[in-house]
Ligand binder design. Structure first.
Ligand code: PNS
Length: 161
């Protein structure tokens, strides 16, 4: 067994939701160090710049000392290797997530042996995704329950232009 158990929670986090934070906090309870890794995807224009996502995640995980927030580009397995992480941890909201995640979990294990662990999404959050939150917020719907307060403030500011 390695001395320090490290996990990576990768994602787009555009923006981070209460569901994301739940997975990160539960991962932090299980591992010595957790790297929240934001994918830099040049093919996808997000609502928030990568730096803003780093700031938001850093703010909402401030009470979790074992969590570090970073961005990465390229393959997540290479990022895990650079950080000495043995596991990827992801939240699963349902069967659709599972179908999407399973091939990646197998591929990542094939590539470097890194394991993927799934945590069941919090019951009240299983229908929440960053894209749905953005769509509802753009249409004027109330997304307060789904976002950490500081993230909600930024989203409102962004939509007000
Ligand atoms: O929040 P998302 O967009 O569902 O996160 C997807 C993410 C970033 C976890 C996934 O796309 C990923 O790991 N991308 C990094 C590139 C990579 O390693 N691709 C091969 C996966 S087998």
């Amino acid at each position: 067994m390695p001395d320090v158990r490290r996990a990576v929670c990768p994602g787009s986090y555009d923006p981070p939701t209460v569901g994301h934070l739940d997975v990160i906090a539960r991962t932090a309870a299980l591992f010595d160090e957790v790297f929240v890794a934001i994918l830099v995807n040049p093919r996808k224009q997000g609502m928030f710049e990568i730096d803003e996502r780093v700031q938001m995640l850093t703010e909402i995980t401030a009470d979790l000392p074992q969590v570090r927030v970073e961005s990465f580009s390229g393959l997540v397995v290479d990022y895990c290797r650079e950080r000495g992480a043995q596991a990827l941890v992801k939240g699963l909201r349902g069967a659709t997530d599972y179908d999407y995640e399973l091939p990646m979990a197998h591929m990542n294990r094939h590539l470097t042996g890194v394991e993927t662990m799934f945590l069941p999404g919090a019951p009240g959050q299983v229908y929440v995704s960053s894209s749905l939150v953005k769509e509802v917020a753009r249409g004027g719907g109330d997304v307060t329950p789904f976002l950490p307060p500081s993230v909600h403030t930024r989203l409102v500011e962004r939509l007000q232009g």
